[in-house]
Unconditional design. Structure first.
Length: 664
């Protein structure tokens, strides 16, 4: 028998209930609100920081406001309406009264301080609370309530409070003892990636978290075998904002792609967070942003998810509800189609770990999106098998310094079998422990040795030379390319093709002396291409993605990135004349290609407004099978023609979102 979450039409409402919400909550009314949204899953508070039920455990404080309908009645009423219920739990903190009885359960800084915020103290994954008492609480709540799934909020090691104050590593007695047992070392004082002890401490944290999560999943399954566990049976992420943090327009698309590549057929629940930040949890972000996130979720994974404070009924700011309701309704109307689709992308962007700064990859994410290249995303550590790259024409590694020998061998084999690998910056110059290598790990790049790494550059740039300008058609009027602040000089194999010519550092002020001499032309390339087996390795020895992400110039950097993608790497250009303010995604079923378009034109600086309609769209889909029929799902009119042997789609208008279905 299949698990309930497999191929399930997932439309989630996460209701973060405050303790006072339970005082007058009405189960029937709560469920009617969910049905009005066409929700199929709800996530609600159950256990951890506060028990939303009549607990008997002395270290599990019960809410003082359990005068409304019981948690059990709410779950049972949801089930009668066909709505699955996920228990929200949070074991990252305990109330001060519990801490005073068990001071060894919590995080401790080097100075012995705890993280105390509003009377709730952060716990440690290695302390008794998470190692033992958490399991007792789960045993109680899951034995007495028929939940369909469980979500553990804020699991793992936490080093900051809600104000963003950083406390450093945990030095509680449990952590110190376990790290000493595992590595024979004391916990390092500083956050220093050049310190071997700190690198071991990072692995220690990862191992502790992995082990605890595995124990927890096993325990939960032993209580209720058919329950869905986040991180195992479904993947949860968030698209959110906060005060002082600029919004990221592609957050939902990227989160959904990353989850989809990792999850396969299990749901990837990317929660679109209604509130503008943790300080203002009841004030919604722009309605247009909320709707955009839902369309992006839909186009990239098929899961929809809304995250609010309180219930749908008592949440005062309902300004963003209608956009979500619209997308939920659309998904319900076409859920059979969306449940059966898989990615048809032929490009993969490989990313660093989830919490690592990754501006180079984000720059390539922008370039691919704004060039209308359908692509998948995957974290490097989740890429373990060559079969994950099957059918992909291009794999991009943006300044991924730390690459293991096994990972390098996987990429080399991919190229040898006929793929194209595009790397930038210092990709592969360190091993998985971030230790510098004496030579390049990736053989497919044709690098014999590293000559020099330059940083702190101010005026270095590349010249597109006259005899190679045919390879860079988008840069005909911009032959000089900014190099950014760092680059790598290498000695290459004789057969390596070299493009662009590095102009080294030269005066940039005062203006009277801002020019370079012929002697400043170094002959060092800005792009190299090496044939390796049936494929090729393309290397850009500088961080063009970071420059584009940080500065955003179209002519100087995006156009060069597009020339590298289309001219050098040979990608198919699906929409050469379409505005960059439209995302395109390609997915497929057994007999259909689904081209989805998301209109992002409403993004203006840090604000989001309703998108402007885009008219007269021409697409050249990369599809080999004969197309017999075309239709749309959002009211646009599409026609197909054949021009010089290739399929052409003409779409009259794109409003917010459109799905073009090509039957083969």
């Amino acid at each position: 028998m299949n698990n309930w979450w497999e191929n399930y039409p997932w439309r989630m409402i996460q209701t973060n209930l405050t303790e006072i919400d339970m005082a007058d909550i009405d189960a029937d009314g709560f469920v009617e609100e969910l049905k009005d949204f066409n929700a199929t899953v709800v996530n609600l508070n159950a256990a951890g920081i506060l028990a939303s039920y009549e607990t008997k455990l002395p270290y599990h404080p019960k809410s003082d406001y359990l005068s409304g309908d019981s948690l059990l009645k709410i779950v049972e009423t949801c089930h009668k309406a066909g709505i699955k219920v996920i228990a929200r739990t949070d074991f990252s903190k305990i109330h001060r009264s519990v801490f005073e009885q068990h001071p060894d359960w919590v995080f401790r800084s080097k100075q012995g301080d705890v993280i105390d915020f509003n009377g709730y103290i952060s716990t440690c994954p290695n302390g008794e609370y998470q190692q033992e008492r958490m399991f007792d609480i789960l045993q109680e709540v899951l034995s007495t309530h028929p939940f369909d799934g469980i979500f553990l909020n804020m699991s793992g090691f936490l080093f900051v409070d809600y104000n963003g104050k950083y406390y450093g590593q945990c030095f509680c007695e449990s952590c110190k003892r376990k790290f000493k047992e595992d590595y024979g070392l004391d916990i390092p004082d500083k956050h220093d990636f050049s310190d071997p002890a700190f690198l071991k401490y990072i692995k220690f944290r990862q191992d502790c978290t992995t082990e605890l999560n595995a124990r927890l999943a096993k325990h939960v399954k032993s209580i209720r075998p058919g329950i869905a566990v986040n991180g195992l049976d479904y993947l949860r992420n968030e698209s959110n904002t906060d005060i002082g943090r600029p919004p990221w327009v592609y957050s939902a698309s990227s989160n959904s792609r990353l989850s989809d590549s990792q999850s396969g057929l299990i749901p990837s629940d990317n929660a679109s967070v209604d509130f503008i930040g943790v300080r203002y949890r009841y004030i919604s972000v722009s309605p247009a942003l909320m709707e955009l996130r839902q369309w992006q979720n839909l186009a990239n994974s098929g899961c929809l998810s809304l995250y609010i404070m309180g219930t749908l009924g008592n949440h005062l700011d309902k300004s963003s509800f209608e956009g979500t309701r619209k997308v939920f309704r659309f998904h319900q109307d076409h859920q059979v189609l969306f449940q059966s689709m898989t990615s048809a992308a032929k490009v993969v962007l490989v990313r660093k770990g989830k919490w690592l700064k990754d501006s180079e990859s984000l720059g390539w994410l922008r370039a691919l999106t704004e060039s209308h290249v359908p692509f998948d995303e995957v974290y490097l550590d989740n890429l373990k098998d060559i079969n994950q790259l099957a059918g992909k024409d291009l794999v991009i590694l943006g300044d991924l310094k730390a690459v293991s020998n096994n990972q390098a061998a996987l990429f080399d084999r991919y190229v040898q079998d006929g793929g194209t690998l595009l790397t930038t910056g210092e990709t592969g110059l360190s091993n998985e422990l971030s230790k510098p290598r004496s030579e390049m790990a990736l053989k497919c790049l044709g690098v014999k040795q590293i000559k020099e790494k330059r940083s702190g550059l101010k005026s270095s740039m590349f010249l597109i030379q006259q005899d190679e300008r045919h390879l860079f058609p988008a840069c005909q009027n911009t032959p000089l390319i900014a190099a950014g602040d760092s680059l790598v000089l290498v000695e290459s194999e004789d057969s390596v093709e070299k493009h662009l010519n590095l102009i080294q550092e030269h005066p940039f002020g005062p203006p009277e002396i801002c020019y370079y001499h012929p002697s400043d032309m170094t002959g060092e390339p800005g792009v190299t291409v090496f044939g390796f087996g049936k494929g090729r390795g393309v290397h850009i020895p500088w961080k063009i993605g970071s420059f584009f992400y940080n500065e955003g110039y179209q002519l100087n950097s995006l156009n060069l990135m597009q020339d590298i993608l289309f001219s050098i790497c040979g990608l198919h250009n699906i929409a050469p004349d379409l505005t960059p303010m439209v995302e395109i995604n390609a997915r497929k079923t057994a007999h259909e290609m689904v081209v989805q378009l998301v209109n992002t034109s409403g993004c203006f600086a840090t604000s989001f407004y309703a998108p402007l309609p885009v008219s007269d769209i021409t697409l050249y889909p990369d599809i080999e099978d004969k197309v017999t029929q075309v239709k749309t799902l959002r009211g646009g009119k599409a026609e197909i023609t054949n021009e010089s042997g290739r399929l052409v789609i003409h779409l009259d208008i794109l409003k917010d979102y459109e799905a073009v279905i090509l039957s083969t």
